[in-house]
Design a protein around this ligand. Structure first.
Ligand code: HEC
Length: 192
């Protein structure tokens, strides 16, 4: 019994000193800053995920969208990154500036690309890649939100914020000047 109460006292003493110890110091400024940064990053990720989901919904039926008359139907890819052959569509916002393109596409412009292994388009790749222009978004990279959507949700959405290293914009930046990151225009010197 005596031994038991000594143990209880020791236990009590230890937990009290631990409690006082932690209570007194609290999180340091560095810890607070880290927590705030983590919270901000998690919030930003949530916003970006929302963008990705919204874009996925917005491109339903893209196969009926317009194409550039000089890059219409299935075309040979200039570098084969996403298939030896490709097809590119654009929404009405992008198409609206055709013939009066001033070097930047308007807010809300969307380009969609599907790759194929063959010229006839019988062997499509199982994903599409997309670029969406968003006002005030990622200004150093021209305001383009990038995304890859897999057919039948085979894989999670990729190519967007948490996966920026996939290099979408890195490769597209060779078309930064004059063509606002749109590669087929730059590669084939197509005027828009
Ligand atoms: C190594 C270079 C490279 C990488 C990386 C790349 N692309 Fe492209 N992309 C191209 C080229 C070249 C074209 C022009 C069409 C063609 O020739 O295939 C293109 C075309 C496109 C188009 C049609 C509009 C345009 O710019 O011509 C979209 C949309 C697109 N890519 C999205 C993406 C996304 C999203 C990613 C990342 C997941 C990505 N691309 C990664 C080279 C690349």
């Amino acid at each position: 019994m005596k031994r038991f109460s000594i143990l209880v006292w020791i236990g009590l003493f230890l937990s009290c000193s631990l409690w006082i110890g932690c209570g007194a110091s609290g999180p340091t400024d560095a810890e607070k800053e880290k927590a705030a940064a983590e919270k901000a990053a998690a919030e930003l990720l949530k916003v970006e995920k929302g963008r990705a989901e919204a874009l996925k919904a917005a491109v339903k039926g893209y196969e009926t969208w317009g194409q550039h008359p000089k890059f219409k139907g299935i075309q040979k890819s200039t570098d084969g990154t996403h298939g030896a052959y490709v097809q590119v569509w654009m929404n009405d916002k992008a198409a609206a500036v055709m013939g009066k393109f001033s070097g930047t596409f308007p807010d809300g412009s969307i380009f969609v690309k599907r790759g194929y292994d063959d010229k006839e388009g019988k062997k499509p790749k199982d994903f599409i890649t997309l670029m969406q222009k968003i006002k005030d978004y990622d200004k150093p990279n021209g305001g383009w939100f990038t995304l890859r959507i897999w057919d039948n949700d085979k894989n999670p959405l990729s190519g967007w914020a948490p996966d920026k290293k996939s290099g979408c914009i890195g490769c597209h930046s060779s078309a930064k000047e004059k063509y606002d990151y749109i590669r087929y225009l730059r590669d084939l010197k197509i005027t828009f």
